[in-house]
Structure formats: C-alpha cells, structure tokens
Design a protein around this ligand. Structure first.
Ligand code: APR
Ligand code: ZN
Ligand code: ZN
Length: 362
C-alpha cells in the first residue's frame, strides 16, 4: 500500500524549499522503503535547489541519511525490515565495464528505485536528490542503496557516511592510499576536508597539515587530527607546507575546495612523485594552467576521488565499527541537529560557513 509522509521539496529554481505531503509507493521488485531517522544537509542539496545539477524540478532533497528498513519488495535478500541502514547514492550494477574491471566506484549505471514518489497535492513526479530524497519521514530507494551497519551507532552520525564524510575519509584511505608515517596536507577543511584529515589519521599518517582561509575551520581540523595548521590567507600555503616537511612537500595532498588556485596549490605542495587527490568539485568554467615541464618533472599521480572511491558494503560497516570503538569521531562533524522545517535556514548557515554539518533528525 502506498502511504503519505512529510518531505522537503525544492519546487523550482532558487525558490525556497517547502514542506509537502509526498506519496511513497509500496516497494516494488528490488526496492525498499526506509524510515529516515537522520539526514545531513550537504552542498549538493543546495546545488539542486539552485538548479545547478538538473532542471527536473520538483526535487525531493536530502541524500546523507540513515534509517530503518520498513518494507522490501520482491527479490530483496540483502536487507530486511528492521535493519539499520545507511543509504548510498552509488548502488553499483556489477555488470558494466567499470564494475567488471574491478573499479565499481566508476560505475555510472547506478541502480535507483524504478517507481516514482509523487506530490500528494498535484500528483507530480518527484526527482529524489542523488536518487535518494531523504529529507522526509520515509523514502523509496533501490535495496542496493541500503547498507546494513551496527545499530548501536547513532543515526545522526551514521548518516554522514552516506556522502560528505565518506568522500573525505575515502579520499585519504582509498584514493590517496595514505600509509603509516606519511605526510599529508589537506586544503579546505570543511566537512569533506576534515573527514580526509580523520581518514589520514586512521591510516597512520605522521604529519597532517590542515590548510584553510578560516581560523575557525583550522581549529576543528586540529580536533580531528591535524598536527599543523596553515592559514592560506596569511601565508603562502605551498611555502608553508614545504617548510613543515624539510623543504620537500608532502607525500599526499588532498584538495577539498574545488577552485583553480587550490588545485594549483595542491599540485605544488607535494613532494616529487607525490600524489594529489582531488575531491573538491570545480564548476565547468574553471581551468588550470600548468607548465608542462612541471607536470613532467614532478611526476607522481594526479587522482580525482569519486565518493571517496568507496564500496559502501565494505566501507560503511568498517567506518561505523571504528567509530563505535572510539577511533573515528563522527560526532565532531555534527554542528547542530535540526527539524525538517529548518532545512532552508540550514542552507544559509552552510553558505556562510557557520557549520560543518547540520543534521535533520526525525
Ligand atoms: N583555500 C583554502 N580553503 C578554502 C578556500 C581557499 N581558497 N576557499 C574556501 N576554503 C575552505 C572554506 O573555508 C571551508 O572550510 O574550504 C572549506 C570548504 O568547506 P565546505 O564549504 O564545508 O564544503 P565541503 O562540504 O567540505 O565540500 C568541499 O568537496 O565534495 C566536494 O562538492 C564538495 O567541492 C566541495 C568540496
Ligand atoms: Zn557498473
Ligand atoms: Zn552530498
């Protein structure tokens, strides 16, 4: 049976979000209805609202979520009603070229729910943000988007692994392959950069240099494991990173801003043959100009990180276990918990850099 719940809808380009009644169909084959317990507010939700991702309004926003499986459709065996799950926006197909080559994080054949959720008032179909739509009491997803984790974890922190925190920790652990004793610099210490710092610490990095233009961000970065901080508005960050590494630069730089100047800093702040991991997302207009002799001469690797190059079924339970053991402070990412009705205001606070994460708790 279909049911009606409350959800946060972006009705049109740059229009304020609205709380609407939405209709959730009963789960069809391969689908699951999840009762949402918590969902973080991410930049991507704001980009949807601004029309920067697609024109398929109205959107049901929210995609960084954890909750309890309420019902599953035919053929669903991996999760069952009552399971505590984190939702992911990359339910890999297992059959495309990327999957078959063992690089499922490059699978663009993501499996989302086939049925549509609709607006109760008009019957209009909703586009769920990143195929999830979790600023709602319940949502409909593909069962493959649900990963079971230890239910002792609080939903407000668990949900963060569904996007930003996974992107950052994965950038350090999976993409950057940070190892014991390595030196690491993280440029941009918002939610994603801080998660990269936490990931680098988990991986055993000896030196972790946090770079940001905002001293408030540098303070939080220290709590998550930064051993040194650099305010790049006050000093040249490349020179500062070199100075902190006997003139060489770091083994791995993680860029978590997404701007040409920070891409450039990342390129030059690493040691010869070092690795640059790009996790900050640029706009289509941005360009980077580099002397070819530097690209050739400095060697190493330039890698982008997609969703932390994660495998949800491997990484979500592992990071939750590390959190429950006290080795990964997911709580540090939650600046505030808010109600569904407060999402619009949370966007403003995010825009002003006041929060690491606002998390809607239901
Ligand atoms: N140099 C250094 N730090 C900067 C600069 C700069 N020129 N400009 C901004 N920053 C810092 C901000 O002060 C902030 O701490 O970068 C951080 C960005 O953090 P958030 O806005 O919270 O964004 P976050 O959620 O961490 O995402 C960062 O990663 O996944 C991508 O799309 C995401 O591109 C975005 C990036
Ligand atoms: Zn695939
Ligand atoms: Zn996100």
């Amino acid at each position: 049976m279909s049911q009606e719940v409350r959800g946060v809808v972006a009705p049109g380009k740059n229009e304020p979000v609205r709380i609407e009644t939405i209709v959730i169909p009963a789960p069809g084959p391969g689908e699951a209805v999840v009762q949402i317990q918590a969902c973080g507010v991410c930049h991507t939700d704001l980009h949807y609202k601004q029309g920067g991702i697609s024109d398929d309004f109205p959107f049901l926003l929210g995609h960084e979520a954890a909750g309890i499986v309420e019902a599953v459709g035919e053929g669903v065996h991996d999760v069952a009603p009552g399971d505590f799950v984190i939702l992911n926006w990359r339910a890999v197909c297992g059959q495309c070229r990327a999957c078959l080559r063992g690089r499922p994080w490059y699978c663009f054949n993501t499996h989302n729910a086939q049925q549509k959720m609709t607006l109760a008032s008009t019957g209009q179909e909703l586009s769920p943000a990143l195929g999830i739509g979790a600023f709602a009491e319940k949502t409909l997803v593909a069962a493959g988007q649900c990963t079971k984790v230890d239910p002792r974890a609080e939903a407000a922190v668990a949900g963060l692994l569904g996007c930003g925190v996974m992107a950052g920790t994965g950038a350090a652990i999976n993409t950057g392959n940070v190892g014991r004793g390595d030196s690491v610099a993280v440029i941009g210490c918002g939610g994603v950069g801080d998660a990269a710092i936490a990931g680098a610490r988990l991986a055993g990095a000896a030196k972790i240099i946090a770079v940001d233009i905002d001293d408030r961000k540098l303070q939080t970065a220290q709590k998550l494991g930064a051993t040194h901080t650099v305010n790049s508005q006050q000093v040249d960050p490349v020179a500062a990173v070199r100075e902190l590494t006997s003139g060489f630069g770091v083994d791995v730089v993680i860029e978590a801003v997404g701007r040409p100047e920070t891409y450039q800093q990342a390129f030059y702040a690493r040691d010869l043959a070092g690795t640059v991991v790009l996790v900050g997302v640029p706009t289509p207009q941005m360009k980077l100009e580099l002397p070819l002799l530097d690209v050739f001469g400095r060697g190493g690797a330039l890698k982008s990180s997609w969703y932390g190059d994660c495998l949800p079924s491997r990484d979500f339970p592992m990071l939750i276990d590390l959190h429950l053991q006290g080795r990964l402070d997911l709580g540090a990412f939650v600046t505030e918990t808010i109600a569904l009705d407060d999402v619009e205001k949370a966007f403003e606070r995010m825009h002003h850099g006041d929060v690491l994460r606002s998390v809607v708790v239901l």
